[in-house]
Design a protein around this ligand. Structure first.
Ligand code: HEC
Length: 192
């Protein structure tokens, strides 16, 4: 009985001390401060397990046809390049201030998850990390097209790199494409 009371009091003291530390503000939550190993391990493990549990088990229902890759590229340029960049395409300034950083999605680590896991991350995002969820603004088909394009990132053609690096100019094409006209891959208008 005495032992139990000791354990309970000990746990309470530890919990109160942890609360006092959190409340004092000494833990630096700014994005420009380095993250602690504890945060990284806890954050990454929680996110990985949550994604694995919720991800659809199916493979990508879309074939990586030129039309699907073009749709994926359009969305990737509009929504992802700013934080993740692409091989040969620099990310925007926002990326330099992100903590955790947005990884290079062409690397083996980022390519390792299943299609369903990528769908889950891209569709629903990762809370408190800066990675937004895109299902509130995109259809499931568009998310699968982005997954297909992500698989294609390690083997971009020079034309695709140019198309990704282009900013607003491609906007009209984006709109036209959504109107149902599917331009052939790489068949976009020349740069001014
Ligand atoms: C505002 C910045 C931002 C934008 C925009 C963004 N991401 Fe992310 N993304 C992140 C950050 C930050 C992480 C890392 C999260 C972490 O480590 O917990 C991440 C993680 C990911 C991951 C998991 C990578 C891994 O290996 O852990 C994938 C996949 C991903 N993003 C895809 C995309 C796609 C596709 C888009 C565009 C539709 C996109 N992201 C747009 C910031 C962004």
């Amino acid at each position: 009985m005495k032992l139990l009371a000791g354990v309970v009091i000990g746990l309470l003291v530890v919990a109160l001390a942890a609360l006092a530390v959190a409340w004092s503000g000494v833990i630096d939550m700014s994005a420009t401060a380095p993250s602690t190993a504890l945060e990284r391990v806890v954050g990454t493990t929680l996110a990985d397990r949550s994604i694995h549990r919720r991800a659809p088990r199916a493979r990508n229902p879309l074939e990586a046809t030129p039309e699907v890759l073009r749709t994926g590229l359009d969305h990737y340029r509009e929504n992802c390049v700013v934080c993740h960049g692409a091989p040969g395409v620099a990310a925007g300034e926002a990326a330099k201030g992100l903590n955790p950083p947005a990884p290079d999605l062409s690397l083996a680590d980022a390519q390792e998850p299943s299609d369903g896991e990528l769908f889950e991350v891209i569709g629903h995002g990762i809370r408190m990390s800066g990675m937004p969820g895109w299902l509130p603004t995109h259809t499931e088909r568009e998310i699968w097209a982005i997954v297909a394009f992500m698989r294609h990132l390690p083997s971009l053609t020079p034309e695709e790199r140019r198309a990704l690096a282009r900013g607003g100019e491609a906007e009209e094409e984006h709109a036209a494409h959504h109107g149902g006209e599917a331009p052939a891959a790489g068949g976009d208008s020349p740069r001014p």
